[in-house]
Design a protein around this ligand. Structure first.
Ligand code: UFG
Length: 334
């Protein structure tokens, strides 16, 4: 067995796909989740796909005494820390909730990890730390700028982890700055399915495709981009899961921290996404151009060379594969 790994938020969208990648690579992943943003049937689905029981701990990462008990009961070799809140608009309305969960949670988790001599962590960061970048594709050296409390929590978390590494070289930290995760597992059994009206483009398009929502709203067509709509770097969640595996392996083997962008390096506009999804589901999806969404940036696209150089990571799946897997998942849900 390659090692026992705690996945906080492991029943969520990215955590569940990473669980499968870790198990396939011979690790012993354990899920910790409070199920505030994950379906309770995810562990059963993971067990079904991987053909083995799934260890699940229902807990809140801010519950220090519970975390102590969990670390005392298990000998974890590393943690992949997904558990956090991630809705930009909600973070503007409820900043304290975001600081409490994302920063308080990280502090509690790393304190308990250190007490138990577990000092290896992969952390979910985001391209949001670039604010509105001056340069695209954006390299990791671009300045960090927060444009909302969610972004602030990701920048602060990176800084906290960097200070920990400086103070104690036994800590090894992998910071992964995700661009726009999309797609679903090839089995069609796990994927992203927000309970409410989705904030993000891909799950919104998926709900229009299955007829749960009437039309896609395209937020602005007057950006300085080729067709005027926002451009993003969509990365297949299966690629993202692989990136976590490579990050973990690098930390455990080389004992050296890293901070890398995880994207495909390729940007697509909102209209290109609508077209690609229409191809996947076999009908032209209805859309309407509406006003810009406040706080949106025109383009996010990753410079990807550093992840390739340090982790050997390169995305494998293209846009059609992303849309096809999303459609397989969402169309099997009802
Ligand atoms: N968009 C629409 N209609 C929608 C939803 C989105 O036109 O209904 C547009 C947005 O204006 C943007 C693009 O689609 O141009 C992507 O928007 P998303 O909401 O899917 O994603 P964002 O890039 O705004 O944000 C995501 C994550 C953030 C993260 C950011 C940076 O939600 O947490 O990527 O990578 F910080």
């Amino acid at each position: 067995m390659a090692g026992r790994i705690l996945l906080t938020g492991g029943a969520g969208y990215i955590g569940s796909h990473t669980f499968l990648a870790l198990r396939a690579a011979g690790y012993d992943p354990v899920i910790l989740d409070d199920f505030s943003n994950a379906n309770s049937d995810v562990p059963d689905r993971l067990a079904h796909i991987s053909g083995a029981p799934v260890a699940v701990l229902r807990a809140d990462i801010r519950d220090e005494s519970r975390l102590r008990q969990i670390f005392a009961d298990h000998d974890f070799d590393a943690v992949i820390h997904f558990a956090a809140k991630k809705a930009v608009a909600e973070s503007v309305a409820k900043p304290l909730l975001y600081f409490d969960t994302n920063i308080g949670g990280l502090l509690t988790l790393t304190t308990v990890m250190a007490e138990h001599g577990c000092k290896t962590i992969v952390f979910s960061s985001s391209a949001t730390v670039y604010g509105e970048p001056d340069e695209t594709p954006t390299p990791e050296t671009a300045p960090r700028r927060a444009i909302n409390p969610y972004g602030q929590t990701k920048i602060m978390s990176e800084e906290i982890l960097e200070s920990m590494v400086k103070a104690d070289p036994d800590w090894t930290v992998g910071i992964l700055r995700y661009f726009n995760p999309a797609g679903a597992h090839p089995s069609g059994l796990i994927g992203e399915n927000p309970r409410d009206i989705p904030n993000n483009l891909m799950p919104y398009i998926a709900k229009v495709a299955i007829g749960e929502l009437p039309e896609i709203q395209v937020f602005g067509s007057d950006y300085d981009t080729p067709d005027g709509t926002g451009v993003r770097d969509y990365i297949h969640v299966e690629d993202l899961a692989q990136a976590h595996l490579l990050s973990l392996q690098s930390l455990l083997q080389k004992r050296k921290s890293h901070l890398v962008n995880i994207g495909s390096g390729q940007g697509y506009s909102v209209l290109e996404m609508v077209k690609a999804y229409s191809r996947a589901c076999g009908r032209d999806l209805p859309y309407r151009i509406v006003d810009r969404r406040p706080g949106d940036v025109p383009i996010y696209c990753a410079k990807t060379g550093k992840a390739e150089e340090i982790l050997g990571f390169r995305s494998q799946y293209d846009l059609d594969a992303i849309c096809a897997s999303s459609w397989r998942w969402i169309s099997g849900q009802n």
